[in-house]
Design a protein around this ligand. Structure first.
Ligand code: AMP
Ligand code: TRP
Length: 334
């Protein structure tokens, strides 16, 4: 009998255009995992609506992210690619899990704390409960591994806590998922302020590179990236801007930071930045072309997300039934 492959679940929310951070920290790693694992890659649209979205943009971005997954090399025949809201089990399981989650643990989430500081009392309850929906996403597929960037580590820990709590109250129901955080590129930083992660919600567009940014924009943004006055390409915490660019170049060219330091000995920042920009363009240009082709072929995309939703629905429904039964909800026979 064929050995059961381990399950992977991950997702990106369509709350803004995807950045190089999403690509290096998430998607690029997923591509490497698809042969070894049974993968579910989701566009988590229900997570995006925790902050207000323009309906038209949300639709467009949801399909664009699906296209980016495929264009980056995630094979829709080998993996389950789908849109979260097409599988109602996510919302239903999230409700059930809400009842096994404490206000206290949710209020300790740094992402929530940051956002509530900005939004005050008008923060949505959805943003508070966000980690529970994320836990549901992962647990209903019994995922063993969840590849995410470093910023999601805390959310994964709460998913494990919720799973363990449920398993302890009833009996083993969920697999306890492990985070799978890449060693390189786990956190790509803002080009204007290397103390913050590169993020699509950042106001200053010079701080991030979008996966769909045209080459001339990429060149401009990299050339304006904040560095320092030392003028030495060195992988050091004292030079966070340069360190971030070395990280990007290292992931894209597979050269180690030490090799990069050597290559630029005595050369200053201009040549270095120009090479970083060209490496990014080389990586992203073919993806951009493919995304544009896919976005022009909506019926093909529909075929993929329908097939994905069917499989996801089937698998997650089995877990939901188990949860309902253990909790004491009365089953209805089909
Ligand atoms: P989000 O854009 O918040 O939905 O994040 C989607 C995925 O991209 C998650 O796995 C994040 O950890 C990852 N990610 C987002 N921004 C970065 C970044 N600047 N560096 C590395 N990974 C990132
Ligand atoms: N919360 C994640 C983020 O902001 C996105 C996400 C939602 C996710 N559900 C998930 C990631 C499940 C991994 C697994 O990046």
């Amino acid at each position: 009998m064929e050995e059961k492959r381990k399950v992977i679940f991950s997702g990106i929310k369509p709350s803004g255009d995807l950045t190089l951070g999403n690509y290096i920290g998430a998607i690029k790693n997923w591509v490497k995992l698809q042969d070894e694992y049974d993968c579910y890659f989701c566009v988590v649209d229900l997570h995006a609506i925790t902050v207000r979205q323009e309906p038209k943009d949300l639709r467009q971005r949801t399909l664009e992210i699906l296209s980016i997954y495929i264009a980056s090399g995630i094979d829709p025949d080998k993996n389950t690619l789908f849109i979260q809201s097409h599988v109602p089990v996510h919302s239903e399981a999230a409700w059930l899990l809400n009842c096994y989650t404490y206000m206290g643990e949710l209020s300790r989430m740094t992402q929530y704390k940051d956002k509530s500081q900005k939004l005050g009392d008008s923060i949505s309850a959805g943003l508070f409960n966000y980690p529970v929906l994320m836990a549901a996403d992962i647990l209903i597929y019994n995922a063993d591994l969840v590849p995410v960037g470093k910023d999601q580590k805390q959310h994964l820990e709460i998913a494990r806590d919720i799973a363990e709590r449920f398993n302890n109250i009833y009996s083993p129901t969920f697999v306890i998922p492990d985070a799978y955080i890449p060693t390189e590129g786990a956190k790509i930083m803002d080009l204007q302020d290397a103390s913050k992660k590169m993020s699509k919600s950042e106001e200053n567009p010079n701080g991030y590179i979008l996966i769909m940014d045209p080459p001339e924009v990429i060149r401009k943004k990299v050339s304006r990236a904040v560095t320092d006055s030392l003028g030495i390409v060195k992988y050091s915490d004292e030079q966070p801007g340069v360190k971030n660019l070395i990280n990007i170049l290292s992931v894209l060219t597979k050269a180690s930071p030490e090799e990069i330091e050597k290559n630029y000995e005595g050369k200053g920042y201009a040549q270095f930045k120009s090479d970083v920009a060209e490496a990014i363009i080389k990586e992203l240009e073919p993806i951009q072309t493919k995304v544009k082709e896919l976005m022009a072929n909506k019926s093909y995309l529909e075929e993929i997300y329908k097939k994905g939703a069917e499989k996801a629905n089937y698998v997650s429904m089995k877990t939901l039934r188990k949860m309902q039964k253990k909790i004491g909800l009365i089953p209805i026979s089909k």
